[in-house]
Design a protein around this ligand. Structure first.
Ligand SMILES: C[S@@+](CC[C@H](N)C(=O)[O-])C[C@H]1O[C@@H](n2cnc3c(N)ncnc32)[C@H](O)[C@@H]1O
Length: 311
């Protein structure tokens, strides 16, 4: 079986989940089951609930995980809805590797890659909003918002205007056309990144509501009844990493009184647990060499233990 995706930071993920021997682990982004396969192989008493919103990934992983079928539950879902469904079980680990899979990026008909013949970018192909609608039907103001908020492009007005002027003549139907239009080469915002990279990132985030999904996942973990669990999130750009970093920081706070309070009135026992990774973990240079797509990944982990101080 040819595996179309190389999992990022496998050893680091293994290390983070080392304390877990049994119970359940939720893999929120099953993808091609690389991380799940590795964890099931290593831990004979672990059960994994694997979730993905991409039907193609689900079908592939069902086959790949056939030999573990008694210890796997597979769900075609958005991960924002997964924790509430399974929180009654002894969940000991939650993993989310929130990027795009290599198969999604490399498929000519999915619209994620610069050379794709479609303008799609939907992870869940049953959803209605696609990149085609964003590029061809969004107003100039809406396009500016997407490019500014999700691409952090300084030239968001200029690029939105370029897209609007072009689509007035003919609709933009292919990812290829969009990539050529905004530029596949060059530097943006003083960084070694092309305008197309950031424009595609922005549109993908809008189409898949990626930041909302991540925020909602983290909120659902906090609100759940899970009492002891390791949460590990791998992200691929600074917007996501910022959300994870700030959330974990807030979760680790024991005192939640407003900064204006003269004395603590919250009980000073509100920490959800503690941060495992004081700094984000990044792939080694060897990993980046063999899997260049791992280069922007950052891993952060948190140990949930409700009602306990760090120890
Ligand atoms: C980087 S891949 C995961 C690869 C996987 N860890 C492996 O080792 O094979 C990310 C996957 O997450 C899925 N995904 C992204 N956002 C999602 C969401 N909000 N809900 C469910 N799945 C999501 C994508 O469809 C994709 O298959």
């Amino acid at each position: 079986m040819q595996i179309p995706h190389i999992s990022v930071m496998p050893n680091e993920v293994k290390e983070i989940f080392k304390p877990i021997e049994d119970g359940y682990l939720i893999d929120c982004t099953l993808g091609y089951a690389g991380h799940t396969h590795m964890l099931l192989d290593e831990k004979n008493s672990l059960h994994v609930i694997g979730c993905d919103r991409d039907e193609e990934a689900i079908e592939f992983s069902k086959k790949r995980l056939e030999k573990f079928k008694n210890r796997v539950t597979i769900e075609h879902k958005n991960f924002s809805n997964i924790v509430s469904k399974y929180e009654h079980l002894p969940i000991r680990g939650i993993l989310a590797d929130v990027g795009v899979s290599s198969l999604q990026l490399d498929s000519n008909d999915r619209g994620f890659g610069f050379d794709s013949l479609k303008l799609d970018m939907r992870m869940d192909t049953a959803q209605t909003l696609s990149a085609y609608e964003v590029v061809n039907r969004y107003s100039k103001n809406e396009l500016e918002r997407v490019l500014k908020d999700y691409g952090e492009l300084r030239e968001y007005k200029k690029i939105a205007k370029l897209i609007c002027d072009t689509r007035e003549k003919n609709p933009i139907k292919e990812a290829k056309t969009l990539a050529d239009l905004v530029g596949r080469k060059g530097h943006v915002n003083g960084r070694k990144v092309s305008p197309a990279t950031l424009v595609f990132q922005a549109i993908r985030i809008e189409v898949n509501q990626e930041l909302n999904e991540l925020e909602e996942l983290l909120r659902s973990i906090k609100m759940s009844s899970i009492d002891e669990c390791i949460v590990c999130i791998i992200s691929f750009h600074s917007l996501e990493d910022r959300i994870v970093k700030q959330t974990f920081k807030a979760w680790s706070k024991s005192c939640v009184c407003p900064s204006s309070a003269l004395k603590c009135e919250c009980g000073n026992n509100n920490a959800l647990g503690w941060i495992i990774t004081k700094k984000a973990v990044e792939p080694t240079s060897e990993e980046i060499k063999t899997n260049p797509r791992s280069r922007s990944s950052k891993l952060r982990a948190f140990y949930i233990k409700r009602g306990a101080r760090e120890g």
